[in-house]
Design a protein. Structure first.
Length: 176
């Protein structure tokens, strides 16, 4: 049985829309795991001066229904795991036919062996100033990131399933 394809409509205010097709490798009520087998990047993505993703690299995505963030297991093109990336976003709307909709809220969290770092606060501030994101929604994004940081400090984040679904496991699931 092949994995169904999710069609994720990912909006980034004010007017960017990307549509990602990703196999759904795990479908549980509390978490959906998808695989982006080869991200397309014009230039490598770096955090703290270290490349964390590059053109052709895979990302294992974890979507939690009702939560205001998702989590990605990032890799290099050779499959080397680099860390975890959480996007603050509106709760993903999951429609019939595996069509999903979400809106990016600019704030991100990066976690690797060097610790946790909040990214792109300046981008959220600009989005609010330009009225792309209203203040209540921006406050909700900030609260989500604060909750992630608190849960990480307390040893409760990321959830165990993120360690369980490695790239190797996701790729193996595609073979069945």
């Amino acid at each position: 049985m092949s994995a169904p394809l999710v069609q994720l409509h990912y909006r980034r205010p004010p007017d960017r829309l990307q549509v990602h097709l990703q196999p759904l490798v795990h479908d549980a009520p509390d978490v959906k795991v998808t695989l982006m087998p080869a991200v397309q990047l014009e230039r490598p993505m770096a955090v703290r001066e270290r490349v964390v993703s590059e053109d052709g690299a895979a990302i294992v995505w974890f979507t939690f229904p009702g939560l205001w963030h998702d989590i990605g297991r990032f890799h290099l093109a050779d499959g080397t795991f680099t860390g975890l990336y959480a996007n603050a976003l509106t709760p993903v709307e999951m429609r019939a036919g595996h069509v999903w909709d979400a809106t990016d809220l600019f704030l991100d969290v990066w976690l690797d062996e060097r610790g946790l770092e909040v990214l792109d606060d300046d981008e959220l501030e600009e989005a609010v100033a330009r009225e792309w994101v209203d203040e209540p929604t921006a406050a909700r994004a900030r609260r989500e990131v604060d909750e992630i940081r608190s849960a990480w400090t307390a040893g409760r984040w990321p959830p165990p399933i993120v360690a369980e679904w490695t790239l190797a496991r996701a790729l193996e699931r595609l073979k069945t």
